[in-house]
Design a protein around this ligand. Structure first.
Ligand code: C2E
Ligand code: MG
Ligand code: MG
Length: 710
């Protein structure tokens, strides 16, 4: 713009007025810029060229009714007009940039150069000529650039990104403000020595960072990536920085400078660390979880291979489930936290305590010098946990059972060690709880057998390997078979006929008792419905079956579907059923009675507080355990017990049955004491269902017993 003007004015300087007029004319017709002549006194345009009309978006006629003041952006007009007038009067020239409002609402930026072309006698400006160039595009680009730079600055601030330039020749670093903030460098301008920058890197990371920089330089690497920490001088907080830079190389091929960005990744690192902690710790006790424990176990095993022994202890709280069930989960949770703290207090820094889940804990006792140290620790742990806890003002008593395995003696890999410790724990639990047991190889064999049995039992249900045997129950007064007790047998393909004691406890433990019990129930009903009308069937139910609510419905359905009258059905339960959840059990028993079936208390006398149970529920029958029958006539005590039970049951209107009658003498004694029913090998062992008609026939014909079958 200035150049154009200079050229034009130079060319016409010193020329005659006619030349001036010609020059002016030439200017107007040229379309390189917008040209306008204005009358200084009226403030209106007197002549405009076509380029000016186009720039301002108005016709020539329209423009001639207006002046510069009418077209400028109001904000600019108020600022520039006084300045313009003053300059024109004093120097005859003005140059500046103003915005113009176009009729379509857009804004046009123009660079303007104005000159006074005529003055009156007093020297006051009369006319002027203005040359305008549209610089809107440039200004818009400038503005965009400014907005972009601002966005970048903001982005740097929010993203905590800083840029650095390093001069390797001078050994200085140019750090802009964002970078100073990130690195905690003092504010200021100008480069800083590389050493000052390095001082801000945490000492633990500095050597590594310097080494990486040295290698990158030595190897002429095109780029370098560094991650390091720095401590904020204000807050003392650690900051994690990731820096990436690209080298510029000199003529000799060696790096002379580098440019890069540094990002403060502290927040991301903290989130990562929190996630890593959560993935490796139990949220309730904050102890290592199973995953971390496995890693620690692998580390301990690696040490064991170098001859450093350790013990693995698996712990399981005793009676924890009872606490959870009776006092609620919040108390259970607090108990676990308190128990974890007590366990931890018995350990050394180098030991690992983990919560594997539920009330299961595990310990790695590292650097073991003698195996006995593990037992000593177990003893301390048992003692620590046997002291009562006070939780929410309540006294809570639990205990702990512990299984111990030693490495490398007992195994060299984690899976095997954990299962060995589990076996030892299982043994500790079944040997009475609140004790510890070392792993022994024999446990492995037993466990193996158990596992096989478990698989076989599942198969047995599918393959119809189960059978019901029946043993007669005889009424001593009428000498008739009153009913048959259904007793389960398993015809194992390899091991032959198995008695229920061998597999029912396992079925209860692994949750197979429900389908098993259901099969027994349906089979017994189906068999019994084919017997003479006055012979009933007695079916045994395990306590586990009683805990499942739908038992009453299940029995009702089995009776309905088989068509067996409820009067002919007897439920046999043991005392242990009444220990747990007594109220719910009594409700179930009540519902069964309403159904019309009879209920017998089995194995009476082997439980805890037998006599009191007889008062809690109106049983129809009490079956005296065969341990009393066995000693009849040999021990006066047994006689007395049978006598007492008979008289008590008579008073409570319950039938008394003696189990396990094997001899005539026992039978005689029972008769004498007033026992009403009997069952035992003397009459018959349990037999297969198809043998029952023959058995009934045989019993009817047996003169010595004079039993009359129906
Ligand atoms: P229980 O209900 O007390 O059954 C009586 C047990 O005594 C039976 O053993 C029977 O064979 C045995 N026995 C009968 N008379 C004599 C005798 O004169 N002398 C001797 N020494 N024993 C005699 P079994 O069949 O081995 O059953 C053992 C236990 O298994 C049963 O004791 C019962 O509690 C349980 N059981 C049997 N079948 C089932 C079932 O289907 N479900 C459930 N839950 N338990 C069952
Ligand atoms: Mg029974
Ligand atoms: Mg019994």
């Amino acid at each position: 713009m200035k150049q154009i003007w200079r050229k034009l004015t130079q060319r016409f300087r010193g020329e005659r007025p006619a030349d001036h007029a010609a020059a002016l004319e030439a200017l107007f017709v040229s379309n390189i810029a917008g040209i306008a002549q204005a009358d200084f006194r009226t403030g209106k345009f007197t002549r405009v060229n076509s380029r000016m009309c186009k720039m301002l978006g108005r016709s020539e006629a329209e423009l001639l009714t207006l002046g510069p003041h009418d077209l400028q952006h109001p904000e600019d007009a108020s600022r520039t007009m006084p300045e313009f007038i003053q300059a024109m009067i004093e120097t005859g020239r003005w140059e500046g940039e103003t915005r113009h409002l176009l009729p379509d609402g857009r804004t046009m930026w123009a660079m303007i150069s104005a000159t006074v072309t005529a003055r009156d006698n007093s020297g006051a400006p009369l006319r002027s000529i203005g040359i305008a160039i549209d610089v809107t595009e440039t200004r818009r680009a400038d503005e965009e650039l400014r907005a972009y730079a601002e966005a970048l600055r903001l982005g740097q601030m929010v993203g905590r990104i800083g840029t650095v330039r390093r001069d390797l020749v001078k050994g200085v670093i140019y750090v802009e403000p964002a970078m100073r903030e990130i690195m905690g460098l003092p504010e200021g301008e100008g480069p800083i020595p590389t050493s000052v920058w390095l001082e801000r890197v945490l000492p633990e990371d500095r050597r590594r960072v310097m080494e990486l920089m040295r290698c990158a330089y030595r190897d002429n690497a095109p780029e370098i990536s560094l991650d390091y920490r720095t401590r904020c001088p204000r807050t003392g907080k650690l900051r994690y920085i990731e820096l990436r830079a690209r080298y510029q190389f000199g003529p000799e091929g060696k790096a002379v400078a580098s440019t890069g960005v540094a990002i403060d990744v502290t927040e991301r690192k903290e989130v990562e660390q929190r996630l890593a902690h959560a993935a490796h710790h139990d949220s309730l006790t904050n102890l290592p979880n199973r995953t971390l424990f496995r890693l620690r176990l692998d580390e301990a095993l690696a040490r064991a291979r170098r001859g450093i022994s350790f013990a693995l202890l698996c712990l399981d709280l005793d009676r924890f489930k009872e606490v959870n069930d009776t006092l609620g989960h919040p108390v259970g949770d607090r108990l676990l936290v308190a128990a974890a703290a007590r366990l931890k207090a018995e350990l050394r820094e180098t030991d690992t305590l983990a919560r594997l889940g539920g009330d299961e804990f595990a310990i790695i006792q590292s650097f073991l010098l003698q195996p006995q140290e593990a037992a000593a620790l177990a003893r301390r742990l048992i003692e620590a946990l046997s002291r009562p806890f006070t939780i929410d003002g309540q006294h809570v008593v639990v205990g702990v059972s512990i299984g111990i395995v030693l490495a490398p003696q007992d195994g060299g890999e984690s899976e095997g060690l954990l299962s060995a410790a589990d076996m030892a724990l299982y043994r500790a639990k079944s040997d009475g709880r609140g004790i510890w047991r070392y792993f022994e190889p024999a446990m492995n064999e037993r466990m193996q057998e158990r596992r096989e049995l478990e698989l076989d039992l599942r198969q047995a249900l599918r393959d119809d390997q189960l059978e019901l045997f029946y043993q007669p129950i005889v009424d001593l007064a009428s000498r008739r078979v009153k009913s048959f007790e259904a007793l389960l047998r398993w015809r194992h393909p390899q091991r032959g006929l198995l008695a229920p004691d061998l597999f029912i406890p396992l079925a209860e433990e692994i949750g197979l008792i429900a389908p098993l019990g259901d099969w027994v129930l349906r089979q017994a009903c189906a068999d019994a419905v084919r017997w003479p009308e006055d012979i009933g069937v007695a079916v045994n139910f395990s306590p586990v079956q009683f805990q499942s609510r739908p038992l009453v419905k299940q029995i009702a359905a089995a009776l309905r579907e088989s068509g067996l009258s409820p009067r002919r059905f007897e439920v046999e339960i043991t005392e242990s059923i009444l220990i747990k959840d007594k109220d719910a059990t009594l409700a179930t028993l009540g519902a069964l009675k309403t159904l019309g079936v009879r209920i017998a208390m089995d194995d009476f006398g082997t439980g805890y507080s037998s006599l009191s149970y007889l008062q809690t529920f109106p049983f129809d029958k009490v079956k005296i355990d065969r341990s009393f029958t066995r000693d009849l006539d040999r021990s006066r005590k047994s006689n007395a017990i049978v006598k007492a039970v008979v008289s008590l049951c008579d008073a409570l209107d319950m039938v008394v049955l003696a189990e396990g009658v094997e001899t005539e003498a026992q039978l005689e004694a029972l008769r004498r004491e007033g026992c009403r029913q009997a069952q035992g090998f003397l009459f018959s062992p349990p037999v297969a269902a198809h043998e029952l008609p023959g058995l009934l026939q045989e019993l009817r014909e047996r003169p010595a017993l004079a039993i009359a079958a129906a």
